[in-house]
Design a binder for this molecule. Structure first.
Ligand SMILES: Nc1nc2c(c(=O)[nH]1)N[C@H]1C(S)=C(S)[C@@H](COP(=O)(O)O)O[C@H]1N2
Ligand SMILES: [Mo]
Length: 326
């Protein structure tokens, strides 16, 4: 890739994996033209690329190999719904706020630091993170604790790939995820709706489950800001709030992390927060859900499945009373 800096001055990663979508598409038509016998040079291609890039600086293609072991057959949620109906309180509490206000987030340059009870603490920039393990596309259901769900083609790799590299020591029992909390980039952080930064956590064995995805993209592109750019977790068997967005720090700890939602309302949001149709939220049932995009007046709700249908995680909780450890 020839472009080193985006026209708007924001640094973006240009690892070989990333190509702006329109550059990619225009390159395809360019190659088609070439095969039809037209003549062009590398500098013409670069001009074409710059022009396409300036038109749509956000949409950068991210290639990934589909992983058939992690695919649900449900119809995918539309890109539009997945990027305009969001929870990201750092940009406001309304579902439409993140799409409207997340433009001020600067996902590049970005660093993520891995620290705590590990033998090899690490600070990674985005390019190093993208190269840490092969990128996979996985189609996951994600269910919000509020009773709606989506089906999204994510791009990333198992968090276990990262855990392996940093070598947790004998004290490491939990993993804490800390999101960016910058008032300058995130207008919602000025409001005391949560005690910032947004913090989430997992037990180390949950974090090592292959389903636990460190996500860098969705729908074939880098993550849109409102979905947690540039790096987030996706934990499909847990309520959506466990999947922290825009992560700047991952910390390995001896003690169970104090998570943002657990601190805000301990009787409503537990540490585990596995999707469980048999354990109601104190203020509403969790037995059914509304699939975003299917919400016509006459549309029936779907039955919520234990662990959101990901029964392979059940052994992580054997012997635990999931009413107590909600
Ligand atoms: N930092 C941060 N991460 C967050 C949230 C948030 O407000 N802040 N909201 C959570 C909730 S409640 C849900 S349902 C999912 C939504 O992810 P999506 O917008 O990509 O569908 O993000 C989760 N991650
Ligand atoms: Mo949520």
């Amino acid at each position: 890739m020839l472009i080193k800096h985006a026209p708007n001055g924001i640094d973006r990663p240009f690892g070989s994996e990333i190509t702006p979508r329109e550059v990619f598409e225009s390159r395809r038509s360019f190659i088609k033209q070439l095969s039809l016998g037209s003549i062009a040079s590398a500098s013409m291609l670069e001009m074409l690329s710059r022009e396409a890039f300036a038109q749509n600086a956000q949409a950068q293609k991210l290639s990934a190999k589909p992983n058939p072991s992690f695919v649900v057959m449900d119809k995918q949620t539309s890109y539009k719904d997945a990027t305009t109906y969001n929870n990201f309180y750092e940009f406001g509490t309304d579902k439409a706020d993140p799409a409207q206000y997340a433009g001020t987030l600067r996902p590049r340059p970005w660093t993520i630091s891995i620290e705590g009870e590990i033998k090899k603490p690490l600070t990674l920039d985005l390019d190093s993170l993208l190269k840490l393990a092969p990128l996979e596309e996985r189609i996951y259901r994600l269910r919000c604790v509020e009773g709606w769900s989506m089906v999204i083609p994510w791009i990333g790799f198992s968090l276990s790939e990262l855990i392996k590299k940093v070598e947790p020591n004998g004290n490491a029992k939990y993993v804490e995820f800390i999101s960016l909390a910058d008032k300058k980039q995130m207008p919602g952080v000025r409001s005391p709706v949560l005690d910032w930064p947004y913090v989430e956590g997992l037990r180390l064995d949950e974090a090592n489950h292959p389903l636990a995805l460190l996500a860098l993209g969705m729908y074939g592109e880098v993550l849109p800001n409102q979905n947690g750019a540039p790096v987030r977790m996706v934990l499909p068997w847990k309520y959506g709030f466990k999947s922290a967005k825009s992560i700047v720090k991952i910390r390995f700890t001896k003690d169970q992390p104090q998570t943002a939602w657990n601190r805000a309302a301990p009787s409503e949001y537990g540490f585990y927060s596995n999707v469980n149709p048999e354990v109601d939220h104190p203020r509403w049932s969790q037995a059914t859900e509304r699939r975003i995009g299917e919400d016509g007046f006459l549309t029936r709700k779907r039955k919520t499945l234990m662990f959101n249908g990901y029964s392979e995680v059940a052994s992580l909780y054997s012997g635990m009373d999931l009413k107590k450890y909600y």
